[in-house]
Ligand binder design. Structure first.
Ligand SMILES: [Mg+2]
Length: 121
């Protein structure tokens, strides 16, 4: 029996329950949530430290690295959800809007196969 994956809204609700049960809202200023996101993103990046890019690509699909990668990705997502909730941002809509904007900035005919910034296309 497979368990249905929670939506972003459901994850946010669980996070708020977790936070409030511990009376931690007082520590979760928007500034500190953003700082924590950056720290967790650094923990994610730290997994690659001193490893050749190709080796890391291979390791990322195997244990124990996959588990560590999974945990740091989750930490990043969970802080991002808390930031969005705190700032009143609809994260799914914001992400969809950003993809739409990027599609306009990087039309396939101009950007395919090049890493150039949109201002250089
Ligand atoms: Mg972490």
């Amino acid at each position: 029996m497979t368990q249905e994956k929670p939506s972003l809204d459901e994850l946010t609700e669980r996070l708020l329950q977790f936070r409030d049960a511990r009376d931690w809202r007082q520590f979760h200023s928007l500034k500190d949530l953003m700082l924590s996101l950056s720290l967790e993103a650094s923990e994610l990046l730290e997994l690659t430290q001193w490893k050749p890019a190709d080796d890391f690509e291979t390791d990322a699909h195997k244990e124990p690295m996959q588990q560590r990668l999974k945990e740091e990705c989750a930490d990043v997502l969970l802080y991002l959800l808390l930031i969005a909730e705190r700032a009143g941002i609809d994260l799914q809509q914001a992400a969809a809007d950003k993809i739409n904007a990027n599609e306009l900035k990087y039309p396939v005919e101009k950007s395919r196969g090049t890493a150039a910034k949109y201002t250089e296309l």
